[in-house]
Ligand binder design. Structure first.
Ligand SMILES: Cc1ncc(COP(=O)(O)O)c(C=O)c1O
Length: 375
């Protein structure tokens, strides 16, 4: 009996192949150029305390799934913030401040993006205002206050916190640093994505001669996925198969890929995968995702806690990995695809495959992490 087949059935909700698939490096670089990507790496790699996060082999899991290698980018070690988000918001703060110490930055956030903005403001000695909804845990709010930000709790959901952020920022002339793009607000989200591409630069340096055949990318508004694809177009010679994974309750990329245009989801129930519980794909990443994603998968929350536990007790690798709720879905997606023989064959997941997974966060909410791994 193996770790995976131990009476457990790994579930996915929906699988979709993109009928508009066509990976065009040139089109991708129109959204995020080589210059944007190179500038972000040059800047961020010079920050105090910078070092690449580990790329861990899930050697026990690859053996069970009969794959060649599985690489897991462990963002729990990203600066002190334990998430890839540290690369985005903080870089956008640096870019928009242009050395001006007088500006005030503001953002609305579910947690990790705001921490990055607060941390970026602290690095540069800027004042920072963070708007959170009533659903953001006190622990996440406190983490941002501890970085010196004024944290303002707003009644209602994320959208309400964003509306209040825009209102107060307009009244007070604060600079909004949002990771989500909308019409007329594209530059800052582009900077955040440029920051995320640092992960891909590190990965190509770490992977040496292995060729990545598949990349599984979690998506909320799609910023991280879009950035990684831009990094792939910039740094890799081959084109791996790109798979996007989302919560079943908020599969906004999947629904948009299905119809070929941005579709808004009415989220009825917040997923445990909190950072990925987003109802609408952001404009800048959409331009990248719409053609370059080959497959989309949505997942229920059922296997999140179990997967966090298995990563945490070294069932999949030689070392223990602290993986938060948003890190588990990449692993679950790979397991369910391998357990479904039709999908496995379609995706060409076999003994020659080298899969890249993004462990996008560690225990960013320690209380929640402890609760889940003890279930
Ligand atoms: C903590 C966290 N927030 C958010 C996201 C989603 O990122 P984006 O909204 O850029 O798609 C992820 C991963 O997908 C994540 O790990």
């Amino acid at each position: 009996m193996t770790i995976l087949s131990n009476g457990h059935f790994w579930k996915y909700s929906e699988f979709l192949e993109n009928k508009n698939y066509s990976f065009e490096k040139k089109n991708i670089s129109n959204s995020l150029s080589k210059e944007d990507i190179d500038e972000a790496y040059l800047n961020i790699s010079s920050w105090k305390g910078y070092s690449p996060t580990p790329l861990i082999e899930l050697n026990k899991l690859s053996k069970e799934l009969h794959l060649n290698k599985i690489f897991y980018k462990d963002e729990s070690k990203r600066f002190d913030l334990k998430s890839f988000k540290a690369l985005g918001g903080a870089y956008a703060v640096e870019k928009i401040s242009k050395g001006n110490k007088e500006i005030v930055v503001a953002t609305a956030t579910a947690g990790n993006h705001g921490r990055s903005v607060a941390w970026g403001a602290k690095r540069l000695g800027l004042k920072c205002k963070i708007f959170i909804s009533e659903f953001v845990t006190n622990a996440r709010g406190k983490a941002m206050a501890d970085l010196g930000a004024d944290v303002i709790k707003v009644k209602g959901n994320y959208e309400n916190s964003l509306i209040e952020c825009i209102k107060q920022s307009t009244q007070n002339n604060w600079q909004i640093v949002q990771d989500v793009a909308w019409k007329d607000y594209m530059l800052v989200p582009k900077y955040t994505m440029a920051g995320y591409t640092v992960m891909m630069k590190e990965i190509v340096d770490q992977i040496e001669q292995d060729k990545i055949s598949h990349v599984i990318l979690q998506a909320g508004v799609g910023g991280m996925a879009g950035a990684m694809i831009a990094g792939i177009a910039r740094y890799l010679e081959n084109i791996p198969k790109i798979i996007v994974v989302e919560p079943e309750s908020a599969a906004c990329v999947l629904e948009s890929i299905r119809t070929g245009k941005i579709e808004k989801i009415d989220i009825k129930r917040e997923s445990l995968m909190g950072g990925m519980s987003c109802g609408e794909v952001s404009l800048v990443p959409w331009e990248i995702l719409k053609n370059s994603v080959k497959y989309c998968i949505s997942l229920p929350d059922d296997d999140i806690a179990k997967t966090m536990k298995l990563l945490g007790n070294a069932s999949f690798s030689n070392d223990k990995i602290i993986a938060g709720e948003n890190s588990a879905p990449g692993v679950i997606c790979l397991i369910t695809c391998c357990e479904d023989s039709k999908i496995k064959e379609k995706m060409e997941l076999n003994k020659d495959s080298n899969i890249l997974l993004i462990g996008c966060e560690g225990d960013t909410d320690q209380e929640m992490y402890q609760k889940l791994i003890k279930q």
